[in-house]
Design a protein around this ligand. Structure first.
Ligand code: ADP
Ligand code: MG
Length: 659
């Protein structure tokens, strides 16, 4: 049984896209090669020598005929099985060396071991390179080596998996005569010492003369096949061929692939960054908007906890006119009469506990040459307890001061700091409010911010003083009313509403000219707004992730085209389609991952700035970050898959021919 047995092999190339435009490169070739033979293939240029050797090397399938190696019919095998045979049994040496230009001689030599998923033995690579006289050059990249040295590296690479057969396609065609003899002598030594089968294409009659057997091809047919130099066909037994594929998981291969992906990314820094930009923007917007939304929600909850959920607010609104009624509606603004009536209600009702009337406006405060404009809140004395406005120094005003329209004032922290630059005790001092003297009776403790606003930027005066002396108004802006407890809230709202409807003479089917809102409703509104915001942002994020993904796909397609030759080399020396797929996929996933990470970091930085400088409340939730991250990885996989598959499907020989 011959090691290699070709029967009626033909190869027809299709030229371009037209299936009718074909070219026959091999016609009905029959050839047997025994284990341990040394065969030279000769013939004029274009006669089909390379085509034959590529078929022999399992790099390209024949168009018809049968090719058995170890009695296994190769034309029926899958791509993966062919690759397995190739990386176990066959070493292929090209005229063009075909080394990977970015890695060292040693790394080039080790690649077939890595792809074969067996033991990766650096010492063996060193030993083979040493035998070929390259011990000083193992760390050099191909561009740092001469042509002869590069071809030696290629030979080392072909030998590293200890193949049974070496196919060499004009291995010395690009080298000067002296080097050519040396290289061929190396191959002959392997043939003699280790019984390696050697098949060499050559133009040189000298080199052909050294072989045991010469096969001549002319016009796509074998025209001559003779033994020479008085040799007999060797009688060696072929080793067993294992088609079993070893485990698909190979840490060394993954590590290598990972390293390569990183190198590619770093080599094209600007390009990689621009590709990531879509992902960065998408992830940044999702994470930061979620954090702002969550922060807003939290600050509302804070407020609610501070106020208690039993509070509600009454304010005047223009009533809607119901149905087709032509009746003209008027509005009665909430006023002192209403306040008195509600105070009366409080004294009798078990459901309503407290009320504060509020009239707010702006005013200018001055003290010893300092001047500051702030919010002026005229409120009832009960405001102190209802809203937790307990001064840290001095006191709040009382009912008598309110009735007397006393010119007394309680300062918020911000106002205090603006007016009392030397931080002296303000209690008892007289400040001017809109040019009228007011005596400071209290100073509130700092309360911080809420909703991005400064809660401390306010002063309090009695509501009567505000209405009659400061603003000259008849009505209040709103009432704060406190129910006896959470359970009585609905009842309290009902009772207050009754009183006001009666006082404002609102008929049975008429709309109220006031609006009552409790804090639960305010919270719901905020939740709704932030929900809508999150939806909107998600759409924006999704769009930018898609755009980013298309960017990744585009660049990966370019990358596949750029690296077609590299893919061809890798496949020729034993990379499976899956390995190539992984290589490109890892790269696109890394782009997605890095983009996601940068997006998250940027969002964090922005959040921290907003929190510390703009005093916004920001809340980063882990789920948002994780989801954004997973999304960017998914984008990398999804949009990287097509280019990666395109690369994986390339036939090694077509890829190697690519210019
Ligand atoms: P040799 O190595 O003997 O010089 P080849 O085997 O490379 O010749 O090529 C044999 C013939 O087949 C040539 O005429 C070449 O142009 C043609 N050929 C080789 N590869 C292809 C291909 N992929 N598509 C079309 N024609 C090809
Ligand atoms: Mg050729």
């Amino acid at each position: 049984m011959a090691l290699i047995d070709l029967q009626n092999i033909s190869k027809v190339y299709q030229m371009g896209d037209d299936p009718k435009n074909t070219f026959k490169a091999l016609d009905d070739v029959n050839l047997k090669i025994e284990k341990g033979e040394y065969v030279a293939i000769i013939g004029p240029s274009g006669s089909g020598k390379s085509t034959l050797l590529q078929i022999l090397g399992l790099l390209d399938p024949p168009s018809s005929g049968s090719y058995k190696i170890h009695n296994i019919e190769t034309t029926k095998l899958s791509d993966n099985e062919l690759t397995t045979i190739r990386s176990q049994k066959i070493g292929f040496i090209f005229q063009m060396f075909n080394l990977l230009s970015r890695i060292s001689a040693k790394e080039n030599t080790m690649l077939p071991m890595i792809y074969q998923r067996g033991k990766v033995d650096g010492a063996r690579a060193d030993a083979i390179l040493g035998q070929l006289g390259l011990d000083q050059h193992t760390g050099h990249t191909p561009s740092q080596l001469s042509g002869g040295q590069q071809q030696r590296v290629a030979i080392a690479r072909a030998l590293v998996n200890n193949p049974e057969i070496i196919f060499a396609d004009e291995p010395t065609g690009n080298l000067p005569q002296a080097q050519a003899i040396e290289i061929v002598s190396e191959l002959e030594r392997l043939h003699q010492e280790e019984g390696m089968t050697l098949v060499i294409i050559t133009h040189s009659n000298d080199l052909a003369g050294r072989a045991d057997r010469v096969v001549r091809i002319v016009d796509c047919k074998i025209t001559e096949d003779r033994r020479q130099n008085n040799t007999q066909p060797p009688d060696l037994k072929a080793e067993q061929l294992h088609l079993t594929t070893s485990s698909p998981f190979n840490p060394k291969l993954w590590l290598q692939t990972f390293k390569m992906a990183l190198q590619t990314m770093f080599r094209n820094k600007v390009r990689t960054f621009l590709t990531m930009l879509g992902i960065i923007i998408g992830v940044f917007s999702v994470v930061s908007m979620l954090a702002i939304g969550e922060g807003a929600k939290k600050s509302v909850e804070h407020e609610l906890r501070r106020l208690g959920s039993s509070l509600f607010r009454v304010k005047s609104v223009w009533p809607k006119i119901k149905g087709a009624s032509t009746q003209k509606r008027t509005i009665t603004y909430i006023n002192e009469g209403d306040l008195a009536a509600l105070q009366k209600l409080i004294s009798t009702s078990s459901k309503v506990k407290n009320i504060s009337a509020i009239r707010e406006g702006k005013g200018t405060l001055t003290f010893e040459g300092y001047s500051y404009s702030s919010k002026i809140a005229g409120v009832s004395p009960s405001h102190r307890d209802m809203r937790g406005n307990v001064p840290s120094h001095g006191r709040f005003f009382d009912e008598t001061e309110n009735k007397n329209q006393a010119r007394v004032i309680v300062l918020g922290q911000t106002v205090y700091k603006q007016l009392f630059k030397d931080e002296q005790n303000p209690i008892g001092k007289v400040v001017k409010l809109n040019n009228k003297n007011y005596r400071v009776i209290g100073l509130l403790p700092p309360k911080g911010t809420s909703w991005g606003g400064d809660v401390d930027d306010v002063v309090y005066i009695p509501e009567q003083t505000a209405l009659k002396r400061l603003f000259g108004k008849q009505n209040y802006g709103h009432f704060f009313i406190q129910a006896a407890g959470d359970q009585t809230l609905d009842g309290a709202i009902e009772e207050v509403s009754q009183v006001l409807r009666q006082r404002h003479k609102i008929g049975k089917d008429m709309e109220n000219d006031f609006q009552i809102k409790n804090y639960g409703e305010i919270k719901n509104t905020v939740d709704k707004i932030s929900g809508t915001m999150i939806k909107l942002i998600s759409i924006v994020a999704l769009i930018s992730l898609i755009v980013g993904g298309i960017g990744i796909m585009n660049i990966m397609l370019v990358s596949v085209t750029e690296r077609t030759r590299e893919i061809g080399i890798r496949k020729a020396i034993g990379a499976k389609s899956r390995d190539i797929l992984n290589q490109f996929l890892i790269e696109s996933v890394l782009i997605g991952l890095c983009g996601g990470a940068i997006g998250v970091i940027l969002a964090y930085i922005t959040g921290t700035i907003l929190e510390n400088i703009m005093l916004w409340e920001i809340e980063f939730k882990p789920y948002g970050i994780i989801v954004a991250f997973l999304f960017s990885v998914f984008t990398g996989v999804f949009f990287g898959l097509y280019p990666a598959q395109k690369a994986a499907k390339l036939s090694p020989i077509k890829a190697l021919r690519y210019e």
